[in-house]
Ligand binder design. Structure first.
Ligand SMILES: [Fe+2]
Length: 269
């Protein structure tokens, strides 16, 4: 299975800018590249901060930008989103029994499942995985104990090493990680957004994790600075490939890259 991971699009109503950037133009650049270069992808996942402030007009703009994609899309909420406005704009999007934007998707032809989790907390910047959400997750995982999980969530449920996020990470990540770590089928990987910089790692339990970089704006990689600069970076996405043997993730920059030399195929050894 091939999945496109995009995060932190921070869309504004059409025509409005954010920090001098046009979030819609940057997402369009990414989506155009996906259609042109990754047309065989099975799924596109956006891991939250879909919009800058949950404005219904921004969700309308998101729907318009995604409308022509040839592959299905799963959307997650971030702290900048507004659940009710999202649900009004995307009424057919899967939700759990409590109305949280959570679902599980089997990977065809395998024992794998994709998990899409909702860490949005209306009154907080940091993430929450409340008892209702945890109950849904326990009940859902109990239906597929053998499934190997690939998890998508906005807030990082792991240590991120970014001083800016010390008080606004995921406040109750222990609950989530205990549930995931106890799952018999195991967790292949966790993908998230929120921190706007690239990050990869592995927990002590051997669970791998990767952060997307932010489609619209990124943080300067000044990890210990509690107030690092926002930088434009390059509109980007990741290509996740899941096979029985391996899960891999390629980062893609939508650069107008200048060719500096022709490469030749290396026949080996
Ligand atoms: Fe964000």
């Amino acid at each position: 299975m091939k999945i496109i991971h995009i995060t932190d699009t921070h869309l504004m109503p059409a025509g409005e800018t954010l920090y001098g950037l046009d979030p819609s133009a940057r997402l369009k650049r990414v989506l155009d590249d996906v259609v042109q270069s990754q047309a065989d992808a099975d799924l596109v996942v956006l891991t939250g901060d879909l919009t800058q402030d949950g404005n219904p007009l921004a969700y309308a703009q998101l729907g318009k930008l995604l409308a022509d994609l040839p592959m299905p899309v799963r959307l997650l909420l971030g702290n900048h989103d507004a659940r009710e406005n999202f649900r009004a704009a995307f009424p057919a999007h899967p939700v759990d029994s409590h109305g949280y934007i959570q679902s599980m998707m089997p990977v065809p032809g395998s024992d794998d499942c994709l998990l899409f989790l909702d860490s949005n907390s209306a009154a907080e910047i940091g993430g929450r995985f409340c008892p209702d959400r945890a109950q849904w997750l326990r009940e859902t995982l109990a239906t597929r104990p053998e499934a190997a999980l690939t998890v998508f969530i906005h807030h990082p449920p792991v240590a991120h090493g970014m001083a800016h996020f010390n008080n606004i990470g995921m406040h109750d990540s222990r609950t989530l990680m205990e549930i995931l770590s106890a799952h018999p089928g195991g967790v292949r990987h966790i993908f998230f957004g929120h921190i706007h910089i690239p990050l990869t790692g592995t927990t002590r339990d051997g669970i791998g994790f990767t952060a997307g970089r932010g489609c619209t704006h990124q943080f300067r990689q000044d990890f210990q600075n509690p107030a690092p600069d926002w930088i434009a970076g390059v509109p980007n996405y990741a290509v996740i490939t899941i096979t029985p043997e391996q899960l891999s993730c390629h980062g893609v920059d939508t650069l107008d890259a200048q060719m500096i030399a022709a490469a030749t195929f290396c026949a080996g050894p």
